[in-house]
Each structure stands twice: as C-alpha cells, then as structure tokens.
Design a protein around this ligand. Structure first.
Ligand code: KG4
Ligand code: ZN
Length: 402
C-alpha cells in the first residue's frame, strides 16, 4: 500500500445499482461531501430495479451530483488529487456510466484514476470519521432522499484496529471475512443461495410490503406482538449462510393463511363468490402484468399476521448473522467486528450484534451503510497504487469478488 499524504483528496463516483452518488473524502477518513441521488421512486412502481432505467437515470444525474459534491471543496477542482469509481460488482450498464464518467474527468484533468471494488468500499465506510454519531461534513445531501431519522452510533474518530472480522450484508452479498490488514483479506463464509438483503426484499414482497423491502420489513416488525419462530439454517462447522429455506418457510405460512382466508367468508366479498371460490366480476379489467405467483399475496393479509411474520423473519436472520460473526471474531482473535452493506442499516441487527459481541462493533452511520460514494473514496485512498499502469484499461465487472 502506498502511503499518501493526509490531505490527499479523492472525488469518487458510485453507480453500481440505483443510487447516483458522488463524494469528496480527504485523507481517506474525512468526508467533505456525500451526495446521493436516489432512484427509489423511479423503480418503486416496477417493484424492483430496472437495469436500463437505472443506467439512463445515472446519465441524467451524474453531472448535477458531481457539481454538488464539489461545492464543499473550497479549492474546487484544484483541491482534487484523484478520481475514483466503482468498477463492480453491480449492474453492468449502471457501472459503465460512473466508471466512464470518472475516467473521462480524470483523463481530461490529468489526474490519477482509481477503480474500486464495491464490496471493499462497503468495508471502508467504517473508516470515515464521525463525531457523536454525526458525519463530519456540511456537504451531505441525499437528493430525493430516503427519510431516516433513527439515532446513529457512528464510527467515532479512531481507526478500526486489525485484525477485524467484517460482516458484509447487502442486496447482492452476504460475506464474513477476516481482515488482517488493508487488502489482506480471508473469506470465512458466504451465502450459499440468497443474499440477506435479497431475502429481506423477497419476503417483504411475499408479505405485500412493497419495495425497497428491507426498511419496510423492519418497520412492520416494530409493531409486532411476537408469535412463533421461524427456522434458522445453522450450517454447522461452517461460516456459510443460507436464507432461501427461511424465505420458503415464510411463503408456506402465507399460503396457509391465504387458504384459510379463502375458506372463510369475507365481508363484502360474498356477492362475487360461488361455492366458496372467488370468481371474477362481470366486466373484467385487463389483467395486470403477471406477478411472480409464488411471491405475491393473492388475498390481502391482515396487518397483525404481517407484523408477526416480519418479526419472526428478522429475528431468524439477525440470530444467524450475529451468532456467526461473534463466533468468527472469537476464533480469529479479532480486535473488532465491522458491519457493512445496506442491511447494516437494520436497527435490530445493529442492536443485537452490539449486545452479543465481546469486542467493539463498528456500525457506520445509516447513510454510509446503503450505497454511497464516500465509502468508494475512502477505499480508493487505501487502494491507490501510483505505480499501476493498467488502471485505464479497467472495465466493469458485474460479478467482481472481494
Ligand atoms: O448495499 P446496498 O445499498 O446495495 C447493494 O450493494 O446491494 O444494499 C441494499 C439492500 C437491499 O436489499 C435493502 O432491502 C437492504 O439493503 N436494506 C435493509 C435495510 N435498509 C436497506 N435491510 C434490512 N433492514 C434495513 N433497515
Ligand atoms: Zn452496496
């Protein structure tokens, strides 16, 4: 690793999925700005991210987002020493927009270009300094933002101590890794099927909670009176994970519930029913686009049941993730545990991991858990290799590994 000066300032772009983000970070740890234009509303009506729509929106948002991020740098472009961008993993079209924009800006201004692995970036969210749970920046903006006001533990201002155990939990990945030093990583375990964020999103959809699923499911679980538990896939003697069985368990409970509701007469529905089975009304509207049959509730579920399912699902996920992370930290004598990725925003996971861990737990503030460019700039500071000659040939890699 090159040792860069403390005032080395990086402008980074992040466009791997549905957030167009730009940020400026000084010395790898001090955030000057962090701007995120969320496309959430755009994709909401499709129930998930539409790759082509995401790429086109990145093209529209990139310039305003970069301009906004630069406003926090007193010297403007003269204060930028390198430009970084996420090169993978992610959606290829979306990645291409940010990577090529960053290369073009760096080439034009004769600045170094630093490609960054998105998973590595999630880890480095824990390096960004915070004070009393608040990020040290005036330039933080979430354009069309997710409104989040929960209390935030923050990173503090001390650097995370190696060796570390990192639990990376996002929409596409569930990884437990041992970090011996910057860039010296050992994979301890990963999911064998669904990523944990994907499981949150799919279960939220089964329960009719909409998109994005993780925050909606967390919210639904808050109001639950706990009733029953769902299975946990322990995969003993392994740090691997599996969440598809849990997802199917929720689906079966929902189907049982729906069968029951179908058999019970419902108020207002009797005139459309014959012999206990629902029949369509006389004049049929055009059929809606075919939902994924196994993942869409056909009979609306009552809110008590939805809350109980959300609660039981979240408890199962949190129990498995927490147990494995705590065991890994003990086995490898880790000095701390780092929580990273979009699901690290889950308040129950943060709470339970902090409660059970025997070493300090670093949870980045919520805005640095989900996709952002500040984490990309932080990772770029520690990954910059001034001697590397082939960075300009770096292409996007949708399935890049840690
Ligand atoms: O890291 P991220 O923003 O994008 C990827 O790199 O995948 O993670 C997105 C994932 C989504 O699956 C979303 O539902 C989940 O993070 N997520 C949550 C919460 N906030 C976001 N899952 C559970 N609880 C939350 N509060
Ligand atoms: Zn991510």
């Amino acid at each position: 690793m090159n040792v860069l000066p403390e005032d080395f300032t990086i402008l980074a772009l992040e466009t791997s999925c549905d957030e167009t983000a730009a940020a400026v970070v000084r010395g790898g740890r001090t955030m000057l700005s962090n701007v995120v234009a969320s496309q959430m509303e755009l994709h909401q009506r499709f129930g998930g991210v539409v790759p082509e729509v995401a790429s086109r929106q990145h093209m529209l948002s990139l310039v305003p987002v970069v301009n906004e991020a630069l406003r926090a740098v007193p010297e403007g472009w003269d204060g930028i020493h390198a430009i970084a961008a996420t090169c993978g993993p992610g959606l290829s079209g979306a990645l291409l927009t940010g990577l090529n924009a960053a290369k073009a800006m760096a080439w034009q201004r004769n600045l170094p270009f630093i490609p960054v692995n998105h998973l590595d970036a999630h880890i480095y969210a824990s390096w960004i300094k915070t004070e009393n749970g608040k990020q040290q920046t005036n330039g933080e903006r979430r354009l069309k933002s997710l409104k989040r006001s929960e209390p935030e533990p923050g990173n503090g201002s001390d650097e995370p101590p190696f060796p570390l155990v990192a639990l990376i939990v996002s929409g596409g990945h569930t990884i437990l890794a041992l970090l011996r030093d910057h860039g010296d990583y050992q994979l301890l375990g990963q999911t064998r099927d669904d990523a944990v964020g994907e499981a949150f999103d799919k279960v939220a959809r089964i329960l009719g909670l909409g998109y994005p699923g993780g925050p909606a499911l967390q919210q639904a679980a808050l109001g639950a009176t706990p009733a029953g538990v769902l299975p946990r896939a322990w995969l003993r003697d392994s740090f691997d994970f599996s969440f598809s069985g849990l997802k199917t368990a929720v689906l079966h409970k929902v189907q049982e519930r729906q069968d029951l509701s179908e058999r019970l007469p419902r108020q207002g529905a009797s005139e459309r029913r014959q012999g206990g089975r629902a029949v369509p009304p006389a004049t049929n509207p055009p059929p809606p686009p075919a939902p994924e049959p196994a993942q869409q509730p056909t009979v609306s579920l009552d809110s008590t049941f939805v809350a109980q399912m959300a609660h039981a699902f979240q408890e199962s996920v949190v129990d498995v993730l927490t147990t494995k992370a705590v065991e890994a930290a003990a086995r490898y004598n880790a000095a701390a545990i780092i929580l990273a990725g979009g699901v690290a925003a889950n308040l129950r996971l943060r709470e339970e991991l902090t409660r059970r861990a025997t070493v300090p737990v670093r949870c980045p503030p919520l805005a640095l858990c989900t996709d952002n460019a500040a984490m990309v700039a932080a990772a770029a500071f520690y990954r910059y290799d001034a001697d590397s000659t082939n960075v300009w040939a770096t292409d996007v890699n949708p399935s890049l590994k840690l």
